[in-house]
Design a protein around this ligand. Sequence first.
Ligand code: ZN
Length: 160
Amino acid sequence: MKIGSERVVTLDYTLKNSEGVLIDTSKGREPLVYLHGVGSLIPGLENELSGKEKGANVNAVIQPEDAYGKKREDLFRTVSKAGFQGDEDVKEGMQVQLDTEHGPAYAMVSSIEGDEVTLDMNHPLADMTLHFDVDIVDVREATKEEIEHGHVHGPGGHQH
Ligand code: ZN
């Protein structure tokens, strides 16, 4: 059975950046189970997987436009170093948690100049070209209920 809309896909994956540095992998964990065609995965990867069959190995290079997008200037924010409670050792590259009107959010310290700390609130994988190595473990028809809910039920999925 080929991967397509209204089908549930089980896959093992390894994700690296262009320098070959490991970003994420399902190895040593449960495989990823998702409903194809509802935007569960980044668009570039869903496109690459579409039409592939169980047992296939797929190597895909996804450009930022089809992954987590380009970094947005409006998601950088400059704050005062004094705003970090008792935190003298704020460093570039450090991840910090912020309280926003939408609840907690994570940001990366992108630069520090004097008392000014610039925070990058973009997705950590924004601007990044993603290299996926995917093994398609299983493909099955989604149930009527899964299609209605827009997600997978049972093992690896939701329980409702
Ligand atoms: Zn459900």
